[in-house]
Design a protein around this ligand. Structure first.
Ligand SMILES: Cc1cc2nc3c(=O)[nH]c(=O)nc-3n(C[C@H](O)[C@H](O)[C@H](O)COP(=O)(O)O)c2cc1C
Length: 143
């Protein structure tokens, strides 16, 4: 059975809701979902998973969360080449610039991005946004 890692940080639970819905979709798609914090993941773990979904909300000024997620992600960046990854996260008052920057960063690192635009939700994901997350999970399960 394929395994999909869902590595995320969430301050107020919105990105966590997205992560949980993606995990539901992965299971619906017939694969195993493993939810974890950035600190639980390391470059050597890429080989365990057919794809890794990374989730982080817009923080700072259109940035990744700086104390936990950003350092962990930076440490992985040199290992992203050729890896199947997807990006997701919630945002507030911005226009999604953090996600555009994040996708570009992964693209430059040579990652195989599932969706060049990432998956975003404004604040708490509503029913439609939750279903979009499940749909991503189902697709990742069979990527
Ligand atoms: C310190 C801080 C900085 C933030 N910076 C941004 C930002 O630059 N752009 C934006 O669109 N939203 C920003 N937000 C809003 C969050 O991205 C939004 O509330 C999101 O839903 C939080 O996700 P979470 O519940 O997974 O932590 C910020 C929120 C906080 C607390």
């Amino acid at each position: 059975m394929k395994k999909i890692a869902i590595v995320y940080w969430s301050g107020t639970g919105n990105t966590e809701t997205m992560a949980n819905c993606i995990a539901e979709g992965v299971k619906e798609g017939g694969s195993e979902a493993v939810l974890m914090t950035p600190g639980d993941f390391s470059p050597s773990r890429f080989s365990e998973f057919s794809a890794v979904a990374f989730g982080c909300p817009a923080m700072g000024s259109e940035e990744l969360e700086e104390s936990e997620f950003e350092p962990a992600f930076s440490a992985l960046e040199g290992f992203l080449s050729g890896k199947n990854i997807a990006l997701f996260g919630s945002y507030g008052w911005g226009d999604g610039q953090w996600m555009r920057d994040w996708c570009e960063r992964c693209d430059k690192a040579g990652a195989n991005l599932y969706d060049d635009n990432g998956l975003t939700a404004n604040e708490a994901p509503d029913d439609a946004a939750q279903e979009t997350c499940r749909e991503l999970g189902r697709k990742l399960a069979n990527w």
